[in-house]
Design a protein. Structure first.
Length: 265
């Protein structure tokens, strides 16, 4: 299966492209709209940091104006730990983008289970119709397995790359194949460390961003791999992922070797 085919986001009803768009690094709205037309329909942004997401908001508004809201899967990330601010800021951001709801409200970043009052507040937003699904993001991988039995969160944002591969022990083995939360991976390039020639083992070629994304998406539990780019040229280069598919065993071993070296293992 090539990475240009959309998949279900876990057990939600959402169909997502394999490369997700984070727009707070400077890429233009036109470039993001082009990526959307290529099938990259999972957009992720924080709704309290307005200035950093100007171009993303512009792209989303243009997509909605074209009548393609149903094709867009929007994940809004909340850093607020108070229900009142979350409610007010969410409603305000949705109005700004000309939308009635977000597909996923992502609570972040939590190293432990969110307080019950925060979970209740998020579920109240679902009852109001402002949110379709709840998600959570954390750097504490063991948190996810603890949340699974409660079935509160339908989307997990998990750090996973060739350096930080612990999700292969702490997260993925706990997931059911046919009934699980959607899995969205972030920091696939380890903040570009996996693309730094000076950090490579002697005699090994340096991975590209596409190599890093392919490594992540070769895991059958990962639905979406996020990309954050600074300009249209970088995003265009990353879209080459869509012409590829999962890595071979030899390629995976190559990436693991580099990841171990970068990590000092």
């Amino acid at each position: 299966m090539k990475f240009n085919e959309k998949v279900n986001l876990g057990n939600t009803s959402l169909k997502v492209g394999r490369l997700g768009i984070t727009g707070n690094y400077g890429v233009s709205s036109s470039a993001m709209e082009e990526a959307f037309e290529r099938g990259c329909n999972y957009f992720n942004l924080g709704y309290m940091l307005v200035g950093r997401y100007t171009e993303t908001i512009k792209a989303i508004k243009n997509i909605v104006r074209k009548g393609k809201r149903d094709e867009l899967v929007l994940g809004l990330l909340s850093y607020s730990h108070t229900n009142l601010i979350t409610d007010i800021m969410l409603s305000r951001r949705l109005r700004t983008m000309g939308m009635d709801y977000t597909d996923v409200l992502i609570l972040g970043y939590y190293n432990n289970r969110p307080y019950e009052r925060l979970i209740k507040g998020a579920m109240d937003l679902k009852k109001k119709g402002l949110v379709k699904h709840l998600g959570i993001t954390s750097h504490n991988r063991k948190l996810f397995s603890g949340l699974l039995p409660e079935d509160i969160f339908q989307v997990f944002h998990v750090r996973y790359n060739a350096v930080n591969s612990g999700a292969e022990q702490d997260v993925f083995p706990h997931l059911k194949v046919d009934n699980r939360p959607g899995i969205v991976s972030f920091t696939a390039t380890k903040w570009a460390q996996l693309m730094d020639p000076e950090k490579m083992p002697e005699g090994e070629k340096t991975p590209t961003a596409v190599d890093c994304y392919r490594f992540v998406l070769s895991n059958p539990f990962v639905d979406v791999c996020m990309t954050g780019t600074r300009n249209a040229a970088q995003l265009k280069e990353n879209l080459k992922l869509l012409e590829t598919g999962p890595m071979s065993e030899e390629e995976m071993n190559w990436m693991r070797k580099i990841g171990d070296h970068v990590n000092g293992r």
